[in-house]
Design a protein around this ligand. Sequence first.
Ligand SMILES: Nc1nc2c(ncn2[C@@H]2O[C@H](COP(=O)(O)OP(=O)(O)OP(=O)(O)O)[C@@H](O)[C@H]2O)c(=O)[nH]1
Ligand SMILES: [Mg+2]
Length: 371
Amino acid sequence: MKMKKITANSMQEATIQIRQQLGKDAVILNSKTVVKRKLFGLKKQQMVEVIAVLDQDFEERAGKGLNPPAPIPVLPKKEPVQKQPEEPSFAPEAVKAVPPHSQPLEYARNERHAGILPDSLMAVDRKLKDQGLDDAIRDECLKGLLTKGAVKEDQIKKELEKLLTEMLPAHTSDEPMIRSKYIVLFGSTGAGKTTTIAKLAAKTAIQQQKNIAFITTDTYRIAAIEQLKTYAELLNAPLEVCYSREDFVKAQQTFKDYDHIFIDTAGRNFKEEAYIKELTDIIPFDKSIQSFLVMSATSKYQDMNAMVKRFEHVPIHQFIFTKVDETDTMGTIFQIIAESQIGLGFLTNGQNVPEDILEGSPLELTRMVLQ
Ligand SMILES: Nc1nc2c(ncn2[C@@H]2O[C@H](COP(=O)(O)OP(=O)(O)OP(=O)(O)O)[C@@H](O)[C@H]2O)c(=O)[nH]1
Ligand SMILES: [Mg+2]
């Protein structure tokens, strides 16, 4: 994105200069009247100061190869609403509307913005960068703030919260987060799958008074079965261990009268294609299964991104991010959700079962990023 600040005698003159310097596709984001001193400061003259941009798309979101979000069984997820930023009222006809978030932008960052953006917006850019948000998302925020004329602290806070929240898939708060008969958690080794499944099952059994049961396909570590068995006993819930698809089908039959069956899976190195096959060999990812990809909030963006791509052929309905108590940087989570448009299911923030878990909402996540 090329950004320019132009000061001219009139809006018309500014528009001509913008066209000359940025071309006919430039977009005016913000304008204000300024008083400039002329003739060695003896004369004051009213002028217009305009900030305009030229977007240069370099890649489509889809080109990043992330999975499209899988519809949640039983109650499908609603499509997120993409809002177009308002066009400034003074925008001349030739100046286009600001494109939506789906079009990322590229530009040399601070050097080109220095002297163009007000300090308050430079500070926003820096803060979001520190959180791990990429150029495209930050550009979208800066454009949105300029378009709304939000350059003061209180305006920025309100508008930025709104802009960021709208980039995330809409949260259907009227539907329970656990909404299918079978709930499966999968993800990388040690991410917190078993602990989280115990938290979810306990909440569902105790708070919602549902009949719950457990299945585990984690047969690699003896301790893994014992770990889940301990939680099952505490909740007075049955547990079946499944080594194969036949075992799984049998367990489904055994648990046919239960409300929710929580399925724990083995932590494996999912860089290996074979492990994904193992997972899908045992569990039939059909319409009765609601699946959560579990990742630690402390993971790097590249690893999370690779993980999402790796599960291309397994439906991921929502994410669970664990260990948020171990990081101050929530931007990576935000980035992954905004890019993949796969919704946030839960965040876990400690080792206590069942307390340390919360439902994720787009607004809450945005607030955590902006804290
Ligand atoms: N700080 C913190 N620790 C957590 C959280 N969730 C889980 N843990 C800890 O992470 C460790 C691994 O948790 P598990 O639930 O065994 O992880 P897993 O994904 O089932 O591990 P594997 O089955 O071996 O792949 C345990 O020590 C948990 O107590 C969390 O939200 N915060
Ligand atoms: Mg486990």
